[in-house]
Structures are given as C-alpha cells and as structure tokens.
Design a protein around this ligand. Sequence first.
Ligand SMILES: *[C@@H]1O[C@H](CO)[C@@H](O)[C@H](O)[C@H]1NC(C)=O
Ligand SMILES: *[C@@H]1O[C@H](CO)[C@@H](O)[C@H](O)[C@H]1NC(C)=O
Ligand SMILES: *[C@@H]1O[C@H](CO)[C@@H](O)[C@H](O)[C@H]1NC(C)=O
Ligand SMILES: *[C@@H]1O[C@H](CO)[C@@H](O)[C@H](O)[C@H]1NC(C)=O
Ligand SMILES: *[C@@H]1O[C@H](CO)[C@@H](O)[C@H](O)[C@H]1NC(C)=O
Ligand SMILES: *[C@@H]1O[C@H](CO)[C@@H](O)[C@H](O)[C@H]1NC(C)=O
Ligand SMILES: *[C@@H]1O[C@H](CO)[C@@H](O)[C@H](O)[C@H]1NC(C)=O
Ligand SMILES: *[C@@H]1O[C@H](CO)[C@@H](O)[C@H](O)[C@H]1NC(C)=O
Ligand SMILES: *[C@@H]1O[C@H](CO)[C@@H](O)[C@H](O)[C@H]1NC(C)=O
Ligand SMILES: *[C@@H]1O[C@H](CO)[C@@H](O)[C@H](O)[C@H]1NC(C)=O
Ligand SMILES: *[C@@H]1O[C@H](CO)[C@@H](O)[C@H](O)[C@H]1NC(C)=O
Length: 848
Amino acid sequence: MVMEKRQGREVLGLFFVLMIFSCIRIGEAQSKSFLINCGTDSSVTVDGRKWVGDLVPNNNLTLSSTGVAVNTSTLSGDSIVGPLYKSARIVTDGLNYTFKMVPGNYIVRLHFCPFPFENYNINESSFSVVANGLKLLSQLSVPGEISHKNMYLQNSGGNGSFFLVKEYILGINLDELLIELIPNKGSFGFINAIDIVPVADKLFPDSISKVGGNDVNFNLSGRGIETMHRLNVGGPEIKPNQDSDLWRTWEVDSSYMITANAGSEIRNSSNITYSSLNDSSVAPLFVYETARTMSNTEVLEKRFNMSWKFEVDPDFDYLVRLHFCELVYDKANQRIFRIYINNRTAANNFDIFVQAGGMNRAYHQDYFDAVSSKIDTLWIQLGPDTAAGASGTDALLNGLEIFKLSRNGNLAYVERYDSAGSSGSRSKNWILWVGIAAGIASVAILLVIFILVFYICKNRREKSSDAKNNSPGWRPFFLPRAFVNGTNNAKGTGFQNTNGSLASSRVGKRFTLAEIRAATNNFDDSLVIGVGGFGKVYKGVIEDGSLAAIKRANPQSEQGLAEFETEIEMLSKLRHRHLVSLIGFCEEQNEMILVYEYMANGTLRSHLFGSNLLPLTWKQRLDVCIAAARGLHYLHTGAERGIIHRDVKTTNILLDENFVAKMSDFGLSKTGPAMDHTHVSTAVKGSFGYLDPEYFMRQQLTEKSDVYSFGVVLFEVVCARAVINPTLPKDEINLAEWAMKRQRQRSLETIIDPHLQGGYCPESLEKYGEIAEKCLDDEGKNRPMMGEVLWHLEYVLQLHEAWMQNNNGQCSFSSSQALGEVEAKDAKEVATLDEEKNSSNLKMEVEE
Ligand SMILES: *[C@@H]1O[C@H](CO)[C@@H](O)[C@H](O)[C@H]1NC(C)=O
Ligand SMILES: *[C@@H]1O[C@H](CO)[C@@H](O)[C@H](O)[C@H]1NC(C)=O
Ligand SMILES: *[C@@H]1O[C@H](CO)[C@@H](O)[C@H](O)[C@H]1NC(C)=O
Ligand SMILES: *[C@@H]1O[C@H](CO)[C@@H](O)[C@H](O)[C@H]1NC(C)=O
Ligand SMILES: *[C@@H]1O[C@H](CO)[C@@H](O)[C@H](O)[C@H]1NC(C)=O
Ligand SMILES: *[C@@H]1O[C@H](CO)[C@@H](O)[C@H](O)[C@H]1NC(C)=O
Ligand SMILES: *[C@@H]1O[C@H](CO)[C@@H](O)[C@H](O)[C@H]1NC(C)=O
Ligand SMILES: *[C@@H]1O[C@H](CO)[C@@H](O)[C@H](O)[C@H]1NC(C)=O
Ligand SMILES: *[C@@H]1O[C@H](CO)[C@@H](O)[C@H](O)[C@H]1NC(C)=O
Ligand SMILES: *[C@@H]1O[C@H](CO)[C@@H](O)[C@H](O)[C@H]1NC(C)=O
Ligand SMILES: *[C@@H]1O[C@H](CO)[C@@H](O)[C@H](O)[C@H]1NC(C)=O
C-alpha cells in the first residue's frame, strides 16, 4: 500500500466541523491512499504507483469473503488491458471491502475491465455498489455502460477491450469506508481495482450561485459526488500522473462542442499563478495554460455562443465548475461575456480579469443547477454580453467540470425504462428489438423483390458497357426516377417555351449538339464510362480542351423538359469545392445532355475494394470522408432550402486527379422534406445497405437520412467491403449491422481493412467508430448534423496527424511540440473552412 504523507492539521473547531466534509483531520493521524489490485496476492506498479493485491495481508483492509479471484494466468486471449486489469474479483453472493481510514474527503475510483472467465460471461454481470450506505451504482452492467456519459470509459487502443472507471468524491465521517458489491439475483458482480485518494484541501465551497437564483448555502454533508465530465478546454488530455496527488484525468473538450469552429484554441504557459492559494488542488496549472476563445467573431456571425453539450442523468443536482485564466488581456473590460447553463443565464457581465484579479491568474467559478427528470443534457454556453460595454465580443474558457450530487442517499442512475426486476430493462429492449426486426423484415422482403428486379434490368444494360470500360469503377450518375419519369404534360408544353426562359436564367454554359458530338466523337461507345437509368455517360473533351463527363438522356427517356430545366437551374446554383460541378447542358433536337466536370480517379468504392488499385492510406481515407462530409454539409445548409442528397454511397463519391473527393448525383435530390411524387418507384429512393431504416419505415425524408447513409459510408471506408455481401456468414452480410455490432463492443479494429494495419492512430480509429455509430442511430433525431460529423472527422484527422508526427505509436498530444503543430494546423483548417464558407456564400449571392 502506498502511504502518501499529508500534513495534518489541528482541529480548531467543534466536533461537527468534522461532520461537514471539511478536510480537517484529527491530531497526527494521516489520511492515506489505498491502491488495491483486486483478485490477487501480487502487486503491480503503474505510473509509479504501487497497486497492492487485495489478498496481501493488510491491517487496514478486510474482505468479508473472497468471492472468486481471477487472474490472467488462467486466461488466454489478448483482451486484457494493461497490467492493472490482469486480475479481478468476481462476486457471486455479495462482498464487502472495509477500509480503516481517517475521516475526511476522499476521491474513490472503481475500475471495471470486463474479460471472459470460465462460466462467467462478464457481459451478463449486473450488480450494485454501495459505499457507507450511499448507493453509487445500481444494476451496473459494464458493457451496458458504454456511452459517452462516462468520461473514464477508455478503449484499450487496439484490441477491442475497454475499461470503465467511475469516480466519486465522498466525505467519510466514520473511521471506515465500507464498499459493498451486491450482485442482482441470479447474476454476479466483479471489480478489477479500487483507488482511494485523500483530498487534502477543501475542493468545494460552502456557498454557491444557483443558476437563475440567488446564491445558496451549499452543504455537501451527507452527500456524495460523482464526476461526470472533466475537460481541459482547448488543450490536450491531462493524464492522471500530471495532476498533482489527485490523479484525475482531464479530457479534450472538442468532441463536446456543438458548433464546429465556434472557438479557437489559444495557449500561453508563462507565469500562471493561482488566484487563491487554497486552490492548488482544484486543478493543475496545465488546465489554465490552454483555452478556447471566440476569436472567429469577425468571420462568422457576430452573435453566437461557444457551446458544449453533455449527457447527464436526469433528476439530479449538478455542480458545474468553470475554470478561467485570462491569457491575453492585461487590463479589465476587454473581454466581457455571459455564461449560460441549460439555456438560462448563470452570469452576466463576466470579466475574467476582474474576477481573478488580474491576468494569468487561475480562477474558478461554481454554479449549481438542478436538472429535471425530463432532461438528460447539460448545455454550457458562453456568449457576448451585448449590454456590457466591452471593447470586444469575446469569451474564454480554460476548463470545465461537471459533478453530479447525490439525492436521498443515491447517486445511481436508474434507467427510465427500468422495472423492478433485474432483467426488466433487457426484456423491454428485447421486445422493442423484436418489433423493429419484424418491421424491418417485412420491408426487407419488399426490398429484396425490388432489388432483384432492379438487378436483372441493370445487369442486362450494364453488361455491354462494362466489357468496354475498364476505367476504375466509374459509375453512372443515376437521375431520380421523378426526373426520369417526368410528367406527361411537361413533355408536350416544355419544348417551345423553354428557350427564352433558359437563356435568361443564369445557368451553366449552353452547348450546341454539334459541340457535344465533337466532344464525344459522335457518341462513340468506346468513350462510355458509365450507364444509368438516365442514359449513358461519356468521357469527352470540350472545346477549351478540358475533360468532361457528358451524360446523355436515353432518346426514349420520358424525362420532361420542364423538369430538366428545373434541375439544371438548381444544379448550377450548387457550387462547392466538394460537389461535382455542372459545367453546362445541351438541349437540342430532343436531346437532353448534362456536362459535368470529369473526375479522373473514379469512384471512392473502386479505391476501397474490388479492383487492384492501390489501397488508400488512413489519412487519404479521412481526407476523402472529410471532403464528402463538407459537400453534404453544404447541400444541407448552404443552399437556401436544405437539399437532401438521398443516395449517399461510395459510388457517388468521386475522386479527382488529386484524390480530392466530391459528392456527385445530388441533382436528383429533392429540396426540402416534401415528397410530391407518390409513384412507387420514387417512394423510397436510395441504395440497399445504405438506406435509413427510419426513412424506410416512415417514408419521412430528412437530412438525417443522408447522415445515416454517410455513417454506412464511414464503415465501408474503414472495412473496405461491400455494404451487402450475401456470400458472407449471416450476421456479416449487412455491413451496417455487422460493423455496428463490433463498434458497440468497441472492437471495430478487428474488422478493418488489413491494409490499414499499423498505419493508423488507434485513438483516431476509436473516435471515427464513435462518429459512425452516432450516424447510424436508429432515430434520426439522435443522429448528429453533417456539420458536427465534419467537425468530429477533422478532429480524428488531427489525432492521426499528431500520431504520424510523433510516430512513436503514442496517439496523444504528449509532446508540446506536437501540440503546437496541431494548433497551427487547426488554425489553418478553421481559416480554410471560413474561406470556403465565405466564398460559397458569395457564389450563392451572385447566382441568385
Ligand atoms: C494467478 O493464479 C495462480 C494460481 O491460481 C497463482 O499461482 C498466481 O500467483 C496468480 N498470479 C497472480 C498475478 O495473481
Ligand atoms: C494502517 O493504518 C495505520 C494508521 O491509520 C497505520 O499506522 C498503519 O501503518 C496502516 N497499516 C498498513 C498495513 O498500512
Ligand atoms: C493487443 O494484442 C496483441 C496481441 O494480439 C498484444 O501484443 C498487445 O499487447 C495487445 N495490446 C494491448 C493494449 O493489450
Ligand atoms: C456487508 O456489510 C453490510 C453492512 O454491514 C451487511 O449488511 C452485509 O451483510 C455485508 N455483506 C457481506 C457479504 O458480508
Ligand atoms: C451542513 O449540514 C450538517 C448536517 O446536515 C450541519 O450539521 C452543518 O452545520 C451544515 N454546515 C453548514 C456549513 O451549513
Ligand atoms: C504569453 O504571455 C506573456 C505575458 O504573460 C506575453 O509576454 C507573451 O507574449 C505571451 N506569449 C504568447 C505566445 O502569446
Ligand atoms: C510573473 O509574475 C510575477 C507576479 O505576478 C511578476 O512579478 C513577474 O514579473 C512575472 N514574470 C513575467 C516573466 O511575466
Ligand atoms: C483559504 O483557507 C483559509 C483557511 O485554510 C481561509 O481562512 C481563507 O479564507 C481561504 N481563502 C479563500 C480565498 O478561500
Ligand atoms: C437548450 O437549447 C437547445 C437549443 O436551443 C435545446 O436543444 C436544448 O434542449 C435546450 N436545453 C434545455 C435544458 O432546455
Ligand atoms: C446563447 O445561448 C443562450 C442560451 O441558450 C440563448 O438565449 C442566446 O440567444 C444565445 N445567443 C446567441 C447569439 O445565439
Ligand atoms: C461480451 O460482449 C462483447 C461485446 O458485446 C463481446 O465482444 C464478447 O465476446 C462478449 N464476451 C463474452 C464472454 O460473451
């Protein structure tokens, strides 16, 4: 056991002082740490700390029984994360750990790392944990805890295993701490390690401001605290061994931010001091060296908030602690802002310089907020205070912590759907899943029929052209059936009237049929690079010498001219670096021809599998995904009315000669969610394997359907296999299902493209998987917007690039050099993003 020497202090007050969670200790008695390695009689050293086996004789620790000790010498397999988690104690009938200790405040962390052992399927574990009567966890099922609610949920980085650490701050007013592990009936519990660290200084004040109210007296006596989130805003992760004696982890904040590029990172480590000497254990100075500011106010809309969003448990009180340090201004009244918590004002007129008493002064401010039973998120927002006369509209934040406060002796979150029985939640889920499965099955049968018909027709048409065409996987742009079918009256009236209206509208270049014939060698079949429902696509050289993809409607196509014109008009308004652009069109002698920019490297799919092209690197794949996400984001938000692509897939992501990816086939996309055709073939558009099940079932089209399909693309990119492959075992046929299963198990890396092996930053893959997982949420409303997806992907790329630079296998910003580079890169990224936004806005204005 490690004994950490701490200075004792004399008791000055009355006995009750002891009871109110003060940190004062009696006489010379010293609070000590306990670092317990469960289920073994041997000890391990991690980060310079010695974790002592719980079977090592110790006067100050007693076990009520031994349960089942598990150590990895009896295990095979590589699912074990680190030396600390090589042993565990499995509890079948309840087990008490009793620690003899000095009363005071302690941080208690419980470590869980599931691995298979004999007949115990750790996945089936379900148990509660109670500490001195305070319920910490209820019906914990560790795999069920995989959610980003848990800041300490860590992936092992490569082997698909993960571990979970729950952190509590407990005021212990007895001379012992009794931790009870109580399995649910018929189940069992387990634990891998326990660490208990004394908190020498007072971490929480007696009085605290309540959001939307006056200051309240705040008394932690009799309450426990659970750490929900702890962020080092604008900086790298701070590891436990960098955080004084408390061994806390400070996460990176960017994945909690709501708006991409709403804040930029700043850093200055010179000469920071605590504004109050009592604060030295509140947070390490590292936290204050980095920050996020709203420095993009010039570029973006003047009035916006920097916003972070967290998942929290409903029906609890929370303490939100914000850490500030003014790193830039050396006088007051330069940076004044408002703080909002869950959309209510927590502070007005906030000037860090004034609050902290100067520049480079580490300062923190606490807020108390009650979260009702209907709310499971906590929003923290900082925005300009227009009422204040600050010289600049800007805000700054260095760190953030969210603590959950116990209620009625309980800190455990009991799921809403929880029923009395231990298996209640599971069985309800099960029923839900059966229901969904039945729904999907019936729709799937219809779809299979549809697809069979589709394939038979398509194969007939494609056979002739595929033989001629070996260009890498180039596939036709499919026009929408609405476009192809058209309406009959348009056919009759459109033609005569259109010349005038088209000529006057600002659309792409109008080509003559002669020009098109010249470009395509009179529609030479050897130039065909694709065939679709609309007709053939030719590779051609237009008169300025540049290559173009020329899409010619079948002469027998029922496409109406009116629709053709509407499409052209819409398509030519959509200009973006990551959308394949329409160069022009030709409309002569009943011909309807669209001329697009030529994409030399064909479809993304052809670079992933099924061809002998060189496999793309992880970075290339990330670049492609980011580009495609930008294109989609623009479609969804850039145009006046959001445009839904409706057919996002890897054959609709094309690569130019520099491997810059662009979305194609968006013309078909309907504007807005209204569907004006009820014709069967237009009812569900999209491609099997990419289809949003919600859209499928409800026929309700939103941009979240594109997000779903994009999630499938993300998995396809990393797994490099077809989204539907009927030759595989049953549970692997559908990539979306299979990859999601692995992703939920945090073992995506077991199914990724073998070409990526060793060439990717594991942490980046982990985040990537999380993004894809969110995109594939069953409910559209829970899926992120494309803008968020984009932001997260950029973060993934940064992780990977930092890793490439370090190239020592460590996927973290551990060296400050790498950090600097990442920051510089980030600033550049943000700048290009803004540029892009500006220029596309500009274009929209010019063209409308
Ligand atoms: C694992 O268990 C075996 C016997 O079951 C024991 O000999 C060995 O010391 C244990 N190893 C550890 C690390 O506890
Ligand atoms: C148990 O705690 C007492 C003081 O609380 C200390 O003197 C003693 O060394 C501890 N024993 C062990 C084995 O840590
Ligand atoms: C992952 O597994 C490999 C062997 O399959 C092993 O060498 C490696 O140490 C494992 N990594 C971790 C973090 O456990
Ligand atoms: C653990 O301690 C509690 C409280 O003293 C007691 O009720 C319970 O029976 C104990 N459990 C075991 C397994 O000893
Ligand atoms: C906190 O509450 C305890 C009991 O609930 C009480 O004895 C103590 O005086 C309170 N302390 C403060 C500072 O209000
Ligand atoms: C950091 O802050 C100091 C003043 O505290 C200032 O002199 C220095 O220029 C700053 N460095 C950077 C890189 O902003
Ligand atoms: C650091 O801070 C101290 C006290 O605030 C000040 O006296 C000293 O000049 C500062 N040093 C630098 C380099 O800014
Ligand atoms: C710091 O702690 C001391 C007692 O430990 C107390 O008297 C003082 O008021 C505290 N200062 C602040 C700023 O809280
Ligand atoms: C705060 O506002 C956002 C967006 O305006 C909303 O999504 C969120 O649910 C609101 N939060 C609460 C607690 O009302
Ligand atoms: C910032 O957030 C608050 C609370 O959600 C909201 O009332 C306010 O309108 C927002 N400000 C801007 C500029 O969006
Ligand atoms: C537990 O579940 C995970 C993911 O759900 C799975 O990978 C693992 O094989 C399961 N373990 C056992 C022993 O069933």
